[in-house]
Design a protein around this ligand. Sequence first.
Ligand code: PHE
Length: 345
Amino acid sequence: MNELDSLIDGARIAFAQAQTPSDLENAKAQFLGKSGRLTELMKGMGALSVEDKKTRGASINLAKQAIESALAGRRQELVETELQLQLKSEALDVSLPGRQRGLGGLHPVSLTLERIEGIFGSMGFDVAEGPEIETDWFNFTALNTPEDHPARSMHDTFYVEGGYLLRTHTSPMQIRHAVQHVKKHRAIIDAGGTMPEIRVIAPGRTYRVDSDATHSPMFHQCEGLWVGENVSFKDLKVVFTDFCRTFFESDDLVLRFRPSFFPFTEPSAEIDIQFQRGPLSGRWLEVAGSGQVHPNVIRNMGLDPEKYIGFAFGMGPDRLTMLRYDVNDLRLFFDGDIRFLSQFQ
Ligand code: PHE
């Protein structure tokens, strides 16, 4: 192999070894640069005869063309490799399953609350909401539960700074709502007229120091209150029976009003239900506390207990949700496990 051929080979090898455009520029300089090897050869031609210059010049030119085309080829290759790398790194796998935007839904207890509101709404009840951080007055005292009353120990209460507490039930809403209602109809009441009846439910979160499979420190209650001039225990029975049968879509559901005690109602009753069909049939299940509003509570509402009378109840929407969907552990509602929650969508 002659000198020029091996020079061309050398250039091809050097270009092939270049892995980046700047490698390639360095390699190019070695052959085609000012002091590159080909340039050196051309400089050496000065000593040749005219005849030799001609042939030598022609073959050096051919070699130069060969090296230049090898360079151009390698350049093109590097550009392509770079493009391929970029395409690869930015590749989209269009066969992958799309990123789903999961459809959200309501929590099972929220579904129950909506259901309760719908049913009582159809019976003419308003919906009221109130604070979860309560005063002693609304949570206990106004509800005929004075400071030394033994009933206060029934609630293991979360007390917070400043004399406040986390409400242990939704019953404070009886007072809060009634006081607002009375204020609104003050003129009628003062004139000796009859105010429109109070008919309200108050759903919301409640808190007690309690935690096991059927108790959670945060749980839900829904209060009900109906006060007028002529509202009796019979009305409570009708309304609550109607509610339970509609809620559970079961016309033969049986209710039992079991005598009980609450400081803010007299008489008081625990309400039990009994399914006639299904896995729970035959068992008595407690769903609410209830009773005729105590005269002292009527008074704290700003009303005359000689004129106004009514009933109240407080039920547990968590319990109702467990019964309706056959869930056996209350804590499942508050764990936030999507596998559990998505079953209700
Ligand atoms: N507040 C009572 C409880 O939490 C329930 C109740 C409400 C009872 C209204 C009577 C009337 O247990």
